[in-house]
Design a binder for this molecule. Structure first.
Ligand SMILES: [Zn+2]
Length: 244
């Protein structure tokens, strides 16, 4: 089992970050620790250094939460050998309703697509209510990518994986009918599991990386297979995509 997206540098882990990492180590094989903002990126680099081989870094610039664009790009370039992905980056139309703002997001996203290509890393794409546009921008870009916490339609998810990308099922599969449909339909060799911790906890508390164990069981139940089979596939897919 592998958690392909968690924010272990989020403030809600400030009090017990090391403890959470140790508990995760007992239960799962690894975690991609993602950043959305510049400061979070510094923390991610420090944390993965301390836990190399178990935690892996993905540095990004969230479309609505991101700050310090140029400095974030510099940070990614300067640490390209210590990260496994660029992200999360992408588009968020859920929180951005005006066309001017959306155009600006697209321009920023294009810069990160080029950056990922330049440094030879996959993209971790945020695409809330903007899945179609994110897909069309990345489709022919010649980069590997995963659509993190995918909440678009099942039909689009299948198009995305047919184009060679991965779709990451977050722990909202435990409470969303829409996500369950997607999780049931995706080919096992195109699916990742993630928590997006501390967000998306099924009990509305603080999510933790090992909640993917519950996701794997749920997805397995939907497909009539064993939980380990889902977990194993998600681990192999993560290894392949992130080169770990
Ligand atoms: Zn995230």
């Amino acid at each position: 089992m592998f958690d392909a997206h968690a924010h272990l540098c989020w403030k809600s882990f400030d009090k017990d970050r090391e403890e959470v990492v140790e508990r995760a180590r007992e239960k799962i094989a690894g975690v991609i620790v993602s950043s959305a903002r510049l400061e979070e990126g510094f923390c991610v680099l420090d944390l993965v250094k301390k836990h190399s081989g178990f935690l892996f870094a993905s540095l990004g610039f969230h479309p609505t939460e991101g700050d310090e664009l140029e400095k974030t790009i510099q940070l990614i370039k300067a640490n390209k050998n210590d990260i496994v992905a660029v992200g999360e980056v992408g588009l968020d139309y859920h929180y951005c309703k005006d066309s001017k703002g959306r155009e600006k997001q697209k321009e920023v996203f294009k810069r990160f697509i080029s950056l990922a290509k330049e440094i030879g890393k996959p993209l971790v794409i945020h695409s809330w209510d903007a899945e179609e546009d994110a897909f069309s921008l990345v489709k022919d870009a010649g980069v590997a990518a995963t659509f993190h916490c995918f909440t678009g339609s099942k039909e689009l998810a299948l198009k995305i994986v047919n184009a060679g990308f991965y779709v990451s099922i977050s722990t909202n599969v435990l409470f969303s009918k829409k996500i369950r449909k997607t999780a049931k339909a995706l080919p096992l060799d195109s699916l990742l599991l993630e928590t997006d911790a501390p967000f998306l906890d099924p009990d509305r508390g603080r999510n933790v990386p090992w909640t993917i164990l519950q996701s794997a069981e749920k997805i397995a139940e939907l497909r009539g297979i064993a939980g380990e089979e889902v977990g194993k596939a998600a681990l192999e897919n993560a290894k392949k995509l992130f080169g770990i």
